[in-house]
Design a protein. Structure first.
Length: 185
């Protein structure tokens, strides 16, 4: 069984990116699972905090979850044409102390998807993530790109996917990423 971990890049309970990951969890191939993590409880990165108290337990748990997963799926919003601060902040913590980079990210298969209420999806945020994951030594899956523009129309008020075409795109994206993560592609 291929074990994937998904991280939504928003803290909002009604996040479209959380809804997208929830839909993806139900659309992964039978030989895979997708667990959804949270960024709640991760403080702003502060080197003094790290020196005085160490890496917060919430970060250590997320580091362990990523390290144990066969692949990482990031569902990124796009804020001001780039990476959302809460997700970048968490990534900065996840690379602390520096010896954790290899354990958490080195050669880790990573896929990026994103949902936005705007008309361009999350193309700029996804592009902005590329140098970050390169610096961390992750294996970025470039075999598929999944951006949901005007995604507010793709999910109902409870967060359930109602757009069948987007559902098919998610299913194909996840199947391709599972193949990549398992070395079958």
């Amino acid at each position: 069984m291929t074990k994937l971990l998904g991280i939504p890049g928003s803290l909002r309970s009604g996040s479209l990116n959380l809804a997208m990951l929830a839909a993806a969890a139900g659309l992964v191939p039978e030989n895979a699972s997708l667990e959804i993590a949270t960024l709640h409880g991760i403080p702003l990165y502060d080197g003094d905090l790290e020196t005085d108290q160490g890496v917060p337990a919430t970060v250590v748990r997320l580091q362990d979850s990523i390290a144990a997963a066969d692949g990482l799926v990031i569902a990124t919003p796009e804020y001001n044409n780039s990476i959302p601060g809460v997700l970048k902040n968490a990534t900065d913590w996840l690379s602390r102390p520096p010896d954790q980079i290899k354990r958490v990210f080195h050669r880790k298969p990573v896929a990026i998807m994103g949902a936005s209420t705007g008309g361009f999806g999350t193309v700029l945020a996804q592009t902005a993530w590329l140098p970050v994951f390169k610096a961390l030594g992750a294996r970025y899956w470039s075999g598929g790109r999944l951006m949901a523009a005007r995604a507010g129309q793709s999910f109902d008020e409870s967060g359930a996917l109602v757009d069948l075409e987007l559902g098919e795109r998610i299913r194909q994206f996840m199947a391709g990423f599972v193949e990549f993560a398992t070395g079958e592609s």
